[in-house]
Design a protein around this ligand. Sequence first.
Ligand code: IFM
Length: 472
Amino acid sequence: MRRPQTQKVKPCFKRHVAAGLVLLLLVSMNAGCALFPKRIPVKPAPQAFTFPKDFLWGAATSAHQVEGNNTNNDWWDWEQSYPFEERSGRASDHWNRFDKDFQLAHALGHNVHRFSIEWSRIEPREGEFDLSAINHYRQVILSLKSKGIKPIVTLNHFTLPLWLARQGGWLSDQTPELFGRYVQTVTEALGSEVHYWITLNEPMAYAFHGYMNGKWPPGIKSLPKAVIVLKHLLEGHVSAYGKIKAVYVQKGWPLPMVGIAHQVLIFAPCTESAWGDRFSAKLRNRLVNHLFIQAMVHGKAHFFGLFRVQLDKPRTLDFIGLNYYTREFVSTHGMQLSEMMGEECAEKHPRNVGQRNFLGWETYPEGLYTLLKDFSGYKLPILISENGTCANQDGERTDFIAQHIKAMARAMREGAPVMGYLYWSLIDTYEWGEGFGPRFGLIEVNYKTQERKIRESAKKYSEIIRSGKISA
Ligand code: IFM
């Protein structure tokens, strides 16, 4: 154990009076400290944290948000019929510009990049797989690898092919198997070049917005349907996990790592002293943050009889991807389960003092530390699969990144098994239903000309990556 550093306490008086007098004085004033300077412990200054050499550093995107012209999926359809101010349209034209975008990522020192494959391009009609689309993604992967950037491939990031949405999407009990079939095709075609797979992005957020508040396609508001969708998403994940592993075994490729990208939030009580609010915060934490992961780790999960699931296989996760952005304050407003889940009170909450971004989300880096400590309990590697902000000023993004990386480093110092950090997002994206206003990108996109400009915050992030350290 290291001994605490010490410092000398300065003598209290100068020696300019007669020695005897001084002695007398000192004794009477109980000031022995002047003669025998006391050693008092000083807290060791926290040191910079050095990340492991093989730490994954990069950024993420998703197909529909950057590629442009994903005309054959349910989101495109939804955008045409819903009164959105902005539709995804050409988005960031990443479908055509991916190689240039990856050159920028490379220049910024990224060694990994997460992107998603658009199911509606791969399987435009049921059972028909489009080889040219598969080949496109092969080029995407090869472009990354030629620059020394490892691909992390998400297989489903919210959007569904229109044909599948029309037959019920994730409400249909056929969908988990159809997802497995699509995943198998993609794995057979691209698996030799990929080590990291993410089956689903944010299943809880998907079920909530699509089937509870109805803000996303298919615009349903029904708790029982949301529960069915969650079960099917879990079964879809299990099916995909099995297919991926089976393909690698059959081909004799080194086994890959398969995970999900799971949305996590800090839930805090609106009134600390109100047990009901504290209870609501705990309930949400259990449901939103843990239920899905518990099911994948243990093969079963339940939530007060409302949700009970038993999967064919336990342990269908090799790593946990966490998408962390902010915290929410909740208060309870009744004794029914739905009321106990609470309501948000962020706007009027006095403790909500952090910087707010363009969408009003509070910056709360401490939350990342807390969640990493919490999720370390699953004893699986953790990837920060998304963390980012649509800052009003780029300087806020610089601070956001540094503060979150510090929080992550603190958790790692205390043993959290973090394998990488991905900023959301590499380039500005189309934000679901919110349009192009929120600017999350490390790289700014001029949507009129499609020009790219590296933001200062991206350069600061790059400095952290290159140094492999963060100051305490
Ligand atoms: O843009 C989204 C992404 O698609 C999923 N995670 C949250 C991001 C910001 O809202």
